[in-house]
Design a protein around this ligand. Structure first.
Ligand code: 1HN
Length: 372
C-alpha cells in the first residue's frame, strides 16, 4: 500500500463520509493549517511511519568505464585548484531527487588528478576516506603527514584534519572518495576551512609517519595511550588487506574457522585505539569471494556501497540484479535484501557503509531470511 492510500484509508476511519457542510468546514480547517505551516498527523502517518524502512534511495550501478571516461574528460577540460578544491565527480542516487548523495548519509565520488597537479589543502568536519582502484603516484598530505596512495590502499582523512593531494607521477590517477557529507548536510553539522595552496609536506616517503607509528599488526605505541574516535592510521596498505584475506581462505581450506561463510573471506578496517570502526560515521570492509561463492542474503538498517576491485560478480538487491566488473560502484539502500555471487574468477570488493551511525543510536537491525 502506498503512503497515500494508507492515509486515505486512515482518514476515512477518523472522519467517515462527511456531509457537504462538514466537508466545507474540514476544507477550511485544512486551508488554515496550511497557511500557518501546520500539518495534521492523521493525513501522513503512513508515509512518516511505514511498518519497515521504505528508502527513497534506489539501488543503482555506476559503470567504471563511464566514470573513468568522464573523469579523464574533466581532466582535459577543468583545472583543479582553490575554489573548486577537487576534481571529484559525485554519484547522485536517482531516487534522492537531485543532490549528490549516493545514500541519505553518504557521498561517493571519483577523483582525478593529472601529472604534476595539486589539490590544495583544506579541512572540514566531514569524515573522508579514499580507496585506490588502480594506479599510483599521488601522495595525500594529512595534517602535515605525506601518505602514499597505491593500488588497493585504503586511506583516511578523519574530520577536521587539513589535507591536500599531489600527483608526482607522469600518469594521471583516479580513486574513489567516500564521505559523510549528506549526513552532515542534512543535520546542519558541517564546518569548512581553507588551508595552504602549497602542500605543507612535499616529500614522497615510502611510508607515512602515521603508518610507522600505528600500522604494525596488533601493536600500538605506548606513548599514545587512550582511545580516539577516528583511527590514527592514514593508510591501510593493500599488502596487509590481501594477506589477511588469503590467510582466511587458506585456513578454510585447512578446515579452520575464519571465513564469514563458505568461500567468503572479509576484513573490517579498524581503529587500533578502540578495535572499532575507522571513523564514527563510516565503516569500511574488504570482501573476497571464491569463484561462484555467494554471501549470505541479509537485510540491514543503513546503506552500503560496493566497488569491485578485481573479478566479476552479480549483486541481487531486492527484486533487482546487477552485473559487476572492475571499478563498478553499486549501492544497497537500507533494508533491501542483498546478496553477491562471484563470477568464474571470484571477486574482490571494497565496501563502505553508514552502519556505525545506527549502531551508536541503537537503530541497527539485521535480518537473515531462512531458506534462501
Ligand atoms: C574533499 O575534500 C575531497 O579532499 C574529496 O579529496 C571530495 C567532496 C566534497 C567536499 C570535499 C578531498 C570532496 C571533498
Amino acid at each position: 500500500m502506498s503512503s497515500d492510500d494508507y492515509s486515505k484509508k486512515h482518514q476515512e476511519f477518523v472522519a467517515p463520509e462527511p456531509t457537504p457542510e462538514e466537508q466545507a468546514e474540514l476544507d477550511a480547517m485544512y486551508a488554515k493549517m496550511d497557511e500557518l505551516h501546520m500539518k495534521p498527523l492523521w493525513r501522513q502517518i503512513g508515509g512518516l511511519m511505514p511498518n519497515e524502512p521504505e528508502p527513497r534511495a534506489i539501488a543503482h550501478k555506476w559503470d567504471w568505464s563511464e566514470l573513468i571516461k568522464l573523469a579523464r574528460r574533466s581532466g582535459d577540460l577543468v583545472p583543479v585548484g582553490r575554489g573548486g578544491e577537487r576534481r571529484a565527480i559525485g554519484l547522485a542516487n536517482p531516487g534522492l531527487g537531485g543532490p549528490t548523495y549516493i545514500a541519505p548519509t553518504l557521498w561517493a565520488a571519483i577523483q582525478y588528478l593529472g601529472p604534476g597537479e595539486n589539490a590544495p589543502e583544506h579541512r572540514h568536519s566531514q569524515n573522508a576516506f579514499r580507496f585506490v582502484i588502480e594506479g599510483e603516484g599521488v601522495w595525500t598530505v594529512v595534517n602535515g603527514d605525506a601518505v602514499p596512495m597505491r593500488r588497493g590502499d585504503f586511506l583516511l582523512t578523519p574530520g577536521w584534519n587539513f589535507h591536500g593531494h599531489h600527483n608526482i607521477a607522469t600518469e594521471p590517477m583516479a580513486w574513489l572518495d567516500g564521505l559523510d557529507i549528506p549526513f552532515a548536510h542534512q543535520m546542519d553539522t558541517g564546518f569548512f576551512e581553507y588551508g595552504t595552496e602549497k602542500l605543507t609536506d612535499e616529500s614522497t616517503p615510502e611510508h607515512s609517519r602515521s603508518e610507522r607509528l600505528w600500522a604494525h599488526p596488533g601493536l600500538r605505541p605506548v606513548s599514545f595511550p587512550g582511545a580516539s574516535s577516528s583511527s590514527p592510521i592514514g593508510r591501510y596498505a593493500w599488502e596487509h588487506t590481501d594477506a589477511a584475506l588469503k590467510d582466511q581462505l587458506a585456513l578454510e581450506d585447512a578446515g579452520f574457522p575464519g571465513v564469514v561463510s563458505p568461500g567468503h573471506a572479509a576484513i573490517r578496517f579498524t581503529n587500533p585505539t578502540t578495535g572499532g570502526d575507522v571513523m564514527s560515521t563510516i565503516r569500511a570492509e574488504f570482501h573476497r569471494l571464491r569463484p561462484a561463492a555467494a554471501t549470505t542474503p541479509v537485510q540491514e538498517v543503513g546503506n552500503r556501497v560496493f566497488q569491485v576491485f578485481e573479478g566479476t560478480a552479480t549483486i541481487r538487491i531486492g527484486e533487482e540484479s546487477f552485473e559487476l566488473k572492475h571499478g563498478d560502484v553499486v549501492n544497497v539502500p537500507s533494508w533491501k535484501l542483498w546478496t553477491i555471487e562471484a563470477g568464474s574468477d571470484g571477486v574482490d570488493l571494497f565496501c563502505f557503509s553508514d552502519h556505525p551511525i545506527f549502531e551508536k543510536l541503537d537503530l541497527a537491525r539485521t535480518f537473515t531470511p531462512e531458506g534462501i
